[in-house]
Design a protein around this ligand. Structure first.
Ligand code: PLP
Ligand code: TYF
Length: 389
């Protein structure tokens, strides 16, 4: 009976959105969920996105089905942005997906079809949805240490030792940039080392790139991924436009598949489309059509890039501000993207929530952009208050 089902544990981050929304204290600071916010605390629609939506409204004359691949021009236009110099490689095929989540689901389900014995190596901590998606596809997870929150550094030697223990065909899930939840990205040498092990041990890299452009820049943020594409015959890329186009709820992503031949990539794509048909049949159109409309128009593309640069500058400015405010926050300065972690116990996180109306994840992860400009000082003071010393 349906009534016999046990309750599930909800996604802690999505639960936090509801908790923060329900708090009516006027000085509330919501540094929970990972969305961009401007200096006034709003998550605006980007200028180029608004203009593209207007254009679409004026010119779109049908909402008839597009087919299981969704918007083909959209996936093609993303190639130079994501794949860079590999854009013309015909062994790489891409398809529109409902967000980065949809791309991850398809990628891991594809792996489960090709090699049900594959284990997926995931660095800890990671984005809370990686593990359930992998387990949901029936694959075994191998967790390895990635980041030491209290020492504020990547546990690179332990990571290397763990992935050296992977067998041919095992999968290594990597964050392309702006690591969620830690903000701690591999440097160029570390990417090279990881790529070397992937090649030596014949592993399958799955690169999740959901924040491209919000770290150092569009090309800089994809450098690790492109090094992997240089070195490996088989690569999966789960991409999201939801952050870098600020279209979160419209669910805009893309899956790229590389194999050693175009023929094999087309066959893999056939499986992906069949898996998608079993779930959503065809991806939702609006967000991808908007991104396509931006990328087909040079003026809109230039404006999108300019606004993305402004967003990135704001992230860097707040990181500097936090680091300047307290020497214990110095490590935040040189991390990447929207997130960093504070070395807080769950009790301290709860104390901040109840006493100070500051909402962050139980892990101590906080969204750098969560607070309006005029709330930064209060945030630092409250955090300093609970850390003590
Ligand atoms: N991967 C990571 C690391 C993320 O933080 C997110 C966040 O939402 C996603 C994937 C999925 O993005 P989307 O909202 O496009 O599904
Ligand atoms: O990590 C975050 O806050 C964002 C948003 O199931 C998010 O990536 C969180 C949970 C989730 C989907 C998106």
């Amino acid at each position: 009976r349906l009534a016999d089902l046990d309750a599930v544990r909800s996604d802690s981050l999505l639960k936090l959105i509801a908790l923060a929304n329900a708090d009516s204290r006027p000085n509330k600071i919501d540094v929970g969920v990972g969305v961009y916010r401007d200096g006034q605390g709003n998550t605006p629609v980007m200028r180029a996105v608004k203009a593209a939506e207007k254009k679409l409204w004026e010119t779109q004359d049908s909402k008839s089905y597009l087919g299981s691949k969704g918007d083909i021009a959209y996936a093609d236009l993303l190639r130079p942005i994501v794949l860079g110099e590999h854009s013309g490689d015909e062994r790489i095929v891409g398809v529109q997906t409902p967000g980065g989540c949809g791309a991850l689901r398809l990628a891991i389900q594809l792996i489960a079809r090709a090699n049900p014995a594959a284990r997926v190596f995931v660095g800890m901590p990671t984005w809370p949805n990686h593990v359930p998606i992998t387990v949901g596809c029936g694959l075994e997870i191998v967790e390895y240490p990635y980041y030491d929150r209290d020492a504020r550094r990547i546990r690179f030697d332990e990571m290397m030792a763990a992935i050296e223990g992977a067998s041919a065909g095992d999968v290594i899930l990597l964050h392309g940039c702006c690591h969620n939840p830690t903000g701690a990205d591999l440097d160029a040498d570390q990417w090279r080392e990881v790529t070397r092990v992937i090649v030596e041990r014949d592993l399958l890299p799955l690169v999740d790139i959901a924040y491209q452009g919000l770290g150092r820049g569009l090309d800089e943020d994809a450098a690790g991924l492109r090094g992997i594409l240089d070195a490996c015959d088989e690569v999966l890329v789960a991409q999201s436009c939801d952050k870098n186009f600020s279209v979160y709820r419209d669910r805009v992503g893309c899956l790229f598949i590389k194999t050693a031949s175009r023929e094999a990539s087309d066959i893999a794509m056939g499986h992906v489309l069949q898996i998608a048909r079993e779930m959503w049949s065809m991806p939702p159109d609006h967000g991808a059509a908007v991104v396509r409309t931006v990328l087909q128009d040079p003026a809109l593309t230039a404006d999108w890039r300019a606004e993305l640069d402004e967003m990135r500058d704001r992230i860097l400015r707040i990181r500097d501000k936090l680091a300047d405010a307290d020497p214990r926050l110095e490590y935040i300065r040189n991390q990447m993207g929207m997130f960093s972690m504070l070395p807080l116990t769950p009790e301290q996180v709860l104390q901040l929530r109840e006493r100070d109306a500051i909402y962050m994840a139980d892990s101590g992860r906080f969204n750098i952009l969560g607070m309006a400009d005029d709330a930064i000082d209060r945030f630092v003071a409250a955090v300093a208050g609970v850390i003590g010393g």
